[in-house]
Design a protein around this ligand. Structure first.
Ligand code: SIN
Length: 287
């Protein structure tokens, strides 16, 4: 008889993703959390619907995965929530004087890994939907174990053992972070240098670790070769057969493994409202 028998794990049927049914994230037994953690490792992205979490409850759920990491620099130069600096607000809403109430606005957020520009990027992110537009704003995920396992031989030979630049200047919506400047040469972009292929510290499996395309650069290749190689890598890593797209409902909670998954978000109508709260879990230096 499985521990926490009322919990069901329903795989998406795609390259990654599963819904977990039968849980209230504010009242999880150790056995129930263990089922959730196992599903997260098995499916890389997990969805739990119909959760009404306050920020302290989101924080408490996040801490079950590990220590929280404060978010990267926001576009307003300070945390969005004074009382909860570990929570990143992602929203298109603005205050009366026009100050953004969250990151990313209403446009597309391109394929990326969260905070890979840090020396020790976050291992996981947890996103909770407060308000959702009637259309658009879907979030897609791509399985980077599969991307690595299916790499064409010549591409594999070109990147194995190499490091890549992970630029910090722009977020995934193309918004410049406060305090940064335009990058003239990607080889000199501010941000960490990480292996293009990393080994997941829990599963021991290798995966691609690409960060963001903008200002990316593979060290040791000339700029022209790096650009051409990155274009091929990104086209391979983000192909639809490796992906699963989530259409949000209010109360949804998604947890993703930021070490082996890329994600992106569709744009949506600027006149509609989207409000999400996110926490992120400390990670380790990619190796
Ligand atoms: C993110 O990139 O973390 C945000 C995704 C989303 O807004 O759905």
């Amino acid at each position: 008889m499985p521990a926490a028998p009322s919990i069901e794990v329903l795989p998406s049927g795609k390259a990654l993703g599963a819904e977990i049914k039968g849980v209230d994230l504010t009242r999880l037994s150790p056995d129930a959390f263990e089922r959730i953690r196992q599903a997260y490792h098995d499916h890389l992205v997990i969805l739990i619907r119909d959760q009404d979490l306050s920020d302290p409850e989101l924080i408490a759920f996040g801490k079950r995965f590990g220590e929280l990491e404060p978010p990267g620099m926001s576009i307003i130069g300070k945390p969005y929530l004074d009382d909860y600096p570990d929570v990143l607000v992602i929203s298109n809403l603005k205050s009366g004087d026009g100050t953004p109430l969250g990151n990313l606005g209403d446009g597309e957020a391109i394929w990326h890994t969260d905070m890979s520009y840090r020396e020790t990027p976050v291992s996981a992110a947890i996103l909770h939907a407060w308000e959702i537009p009637p259309r658009g704003g879907d979030t897609s995920f791509a399985n980077q174990y599969r991307a690595y396992d299916t790499l064409p031989h010549d591409l594999h030979a070109k990147i194995e053992g190499r490091l890549m630049v992970h630029d910090e200047t722009y977020n995934s919506a193309g918004q410049m972070r406060k305090g940064f400047e335009e990058v003239a040469d990607p080889r000199e972009a501010p941000g960490a240098r990480h292996p293009v292929v990393r080994t997941h510290p829990v599963t021991g499996r290798k995966c691609l670790y690409l960060g963001r395309r903008r200002n990316g650069c593979i060290l040791g290749l000339c700029l022209e070769d790096s650009e051409a190689t990155l274009d091929r890598l990104w086209a391979h890593a983000s192909q639809p057969s490796f992906a699963w797209t989530h259409r949000w409902r209010e109360g949804d909670v998604l947890v993703w493994d930021n070490r082996c998954v890329l994600h992106r978000r569709d744009g949506f109508d600027p006149a509609s409202r989207r409000m999400m709260h996110r926490v992120q879990i400390k990670g380790e230096r990619p190796a």
